[in-house]
Design a protein. Structure first.
Lengths: 125, 149
């Protein structure tokens, strides 16, 4: 990790308590939370203004779901790293998310440690 | 897959939520058939509807007090109606996720929905018999209801 340039994290989830949980749980010193969005469309708008390098992405959301948002974000920025966080833990869903460009998958519910471990893996590639 | 193991999938989802997200285990009571009158509905209910190989509804219904203490355990300070809805929605989300993982494509599972109010009527087909699984946590009592034909 580069100490001079923190990773910029955007949180995307339609659940307020999940967004806040991720904000509270994220303990990595070199990660700065740049904003959160409640659906895919908001996430695309936030991406344009805040240029995140990391994203946590829910899948089931109104207006634009996580899979479509992953595809669009990777289309805009092929280097962006996206951790899908979803209760939809079946293999087909995970594979679809990874095929669209996500870099990792974390099942809900999760512990703080699981989230931080998954973010470290995301950063380290 | 038998109905018993299908119910096990939903029970496992709820218990895992308490273990992982709330970090304090819940206890499952003795399941029973709700005959004669509909199962009790508490203040907030998160549900999924199922079609395909089986049809029906599965829901987690809990009182406001229980959900508020769950939120506190999760270090959430905002006990608003929106957050209480979010919480039962997240439990319903895990019901949906476990069902998709264990049941495969023979089951079509709806996006979770949330209703508030203990006077709410949860619609289900008259040819189904709701199975109520009591979920006890601390001094609180909730129900997981599996109503599949």
């Amino acid at each position: 990790m580069n100490a001079a340039r923190p990773h910029r994290l955007m949180i995307v989830d339609d659940s307020n308590i999940m967004r806040r949980k991720i904000e509270r749980s994220q303990e990595l010193p070199n990660v700065e939370i740049v904003g959160s969005a409640g659906n895919g469309r908001e996430a695309l708008e936030l991406h344009a203004s805040s240029h995140p390098t990391l994203v946590t992405m829910d899948l089931t959301m109104p207006e634009m779901d996580g899979i479509e948002c992953v595809e669009q974000l990777v289309g805009r920025d092929p280097d962006i790293r996206i951790l899908v966080i979803s209760a939809l833990a079946d293999k087909a869903t995970a594979i679809e998310a990874l095929e669209k460009g996500a870099s990792g998958f974390l099942c809900k519910p999760f512990t703080e440690r699981q989230l931080n471990d998954a973010l470290v893996k995301l950063i380290e590639g | 897959m038998s109905l018993q193991s299908e119910i096990g999938t939903f029970v496992a989802a709820v218990l895992n939520y308490f273990d992982t997200a709330v970090q304090q285990a819940a206890v499952v009571g003795t399941p029973y058939l709700a005959l004669g009158k509909p199962p009790e509905v508490f203040d907030y209910t998160g549900m999924i509807r199922i079609s395909g190989k089986r049809k029906g509804v599965v829901y987690f219904t809990a009182p406001k007090g229980m959900l508020s203490v769950m939120l506190m355990r999760m270090q959430e300070t905002d006990m608003s109606d929106a957050n209480l809805r979010d919480l039962v929605g997240e439990v319903a989300n895990t019901l949906s996720g476990n069902a998709r993982k264990d049941f495969g494509r023979n089951f079509i599972i709806s996006t979770p929905s949330v209703v508030a109010g203990s006077s709410t009527t949860i619609g289900y087909s008259p040819d189904t018999r709701p199975i109520v699984v009591p979920i006890d946590w601390r001094a609180y009592h909730a129900n997981l209801v599996v109503c599949l034909n």
